[in-house]
Design a binder for this molecule. Structure first.
Ligand code: FES
Ligand code: FES
Length: 161
């Protein structure tokens, strides 16, 4: 059965027809053509499909599209700033070489962004613990941890200015 749902995705209101059984990751990736929303395991295990739903990270493969009707969604592309300038967290990933094949990167970015918003200077262990639901098949976790730690320190310094 088809439903029409409305989402605000990265600040833009989108209305889209969806089937009852379609997951949010299908809606974002396939129907709305958002390549930065990635499909990995489809079972809530890998974290590649992570998006921010009303400000909190969720696995988009574990939700139906209809459950997101009327909600606000941020994807990794939505972290970019005016004129498509990269977000400082994205810059930090680049600087540290934390995106290897890049498949896990959108989910990692959104999980890390949320962590740093909630905990202004998380310890390395807290970062590691928070990323437990985001799997990097390239296994280069050290650079990812470095990039997030560096970004968190920058954010903290900005807030103290
Ligand atoms: S695709 Fe959603 S958690 Fe793996
Ligand atoms: S960078 Fe390749 S899966 Fe993480």
């Amino acid at each position: 059965m088809k439903h029409e749902i409305t989402l605000v995705v990265n600040g833009v209101r989108r209305t889209v027809p969806v089937e009852s059984q379609e997951t949010l990751v299908d809606v974002l990736h396939d129907r709305l053509g958002m390549p930065d929303v990635r499909y990995g395991c489809g079972e809530g295990v890998c974290g590649t499909c992570t998006v921010l739903l009303d400000g909190s990270p969720v696995s988009a493969c574990l939700m139906l599209g209809v459950q997101a009707d009327g909600r606000d969604i941020i994807t990794a592309a939505g972290l970019c700033r005016e004129g498509d300038a990269l977000h400082p967290l994205q810059e930090s990933f680049l600087r540290h070489g934390a995106s290897q094949c890049g498949f896990c990167t959108p989910g990692m970015l959104l999980t890390a962004y949320d962590l740093v918003e909630r905990r202004s200077l998380p310890s390395r262990d807290e970062i590691r613990y928070t990323l437990v639901g985001n799997i990097c098949r390239c296994t280069g976790y050290t650079k990812i941890l470095d990039a997030i730690e560096d970004y968190a320190a920058m954010r903290r310094a900005e807030k103290e200015e």
